[in-house]
Ligand binder design. Structure first.
Ligand code: 3PG
Length: 217
């Protein structure tokens, strides 16, 4: 299912992209980010504990919007759905992934950068796509260019998006959310500095909300 409805309901368009190494960190980390004002998290399936972490977060915070990221195969898609993920994100898209997505109602954000990739996602019924790696693939100007031939497609750019460059993405009409790992720096997670994670989320959400409203920084 397309993710447009889910993303349009998020109070904050900023989605932390999280790499989690220790299962015990899952709940305190999610609590710190959510208390900091974040509306949704993307837990990347890049570590052994990622699916268990999603399940633990959903058990502790049933109303939190927790997605699975880096979903790169049909099997991984199934695992993400079984873990209770509220949405699924992939850096690309394949027949296998579209097939797995069609078998479930969980919203899916396929990755697309080129015109052909966008067209392929559109053929499968998707209008909200991940744009990765955003900075390396041309950044805001590439997204602006895609709005010409694809006026009905929205993107969630990730990959090189930071608090310093996020404004240029958020001001585009075809950007509905942004993702980034800057809200969960590895050193803070290793040292379990949840208060610092909370503070970083609060600061970032405040700035992003002001940007979204067009207020001066
Ligand atoms: C992703 O999977 O979206 C990226 O790894 C996030 O990129 P970043 O680390 O540059 O924010």
């Amino acid at each position: 299912m397309d993710a447009s409805v889910l993303l349009s309901r998020l109070a904050c368009p900023l989605i932390p992209v999280v790499v989690i190494d220790r299962l015990d960190d899952a709940v305190p980390l999610a609590e710190a980010l959510m208390q900091g004002g974040v509306s949704a998290l993307e837990i990347t399936l890049r570590t052994q504990v990622a699916c268990e972490a999603i399940s633990a977060m959903k058990s502790a915070m049933p109303h939190a919007v927790i997605g699975a990221g880096t979903v790169s195969s049909g099997e991984a898609y199934e695992a993400a759905v079984q873990s209770g993920a509220d949405f699924v994100v992939s850096p690309g898209a394949t027949d296998q992934l579209f097939k797995a997505a069609a078998a479930h109602t969980v919203p899916f954000l396929p990755g697309a950068v080129t015109g052909s990739e966008v067209l392929r996602a559109m053929e499968s019924g998707y209008t909200t796509l991940k744009f990765f790696p955003a900075e390396a693939a041309g950044g805001p100007s590439a997204l602006q260019a895609l709005s010409g031939p694809f006026p009905d497609i929205n993107f969630m750019p990730t990959g090189g998006v930071t608090l310093q460059n996020v404004a240029a993405y958020l001001q585009l009409n075809n950007v509905c959310a942004v993702g980034g790992s800057w809200l969960t720096p590895r050193d803070l997670l290793i040292d379990q500095k949840w208060e610092a994670v909370y503070q970083l989320a609060t600061d970032s959400v405040t700035q992003v909300t002001q940007m979204s409203r067009g207020e001066p920084q």
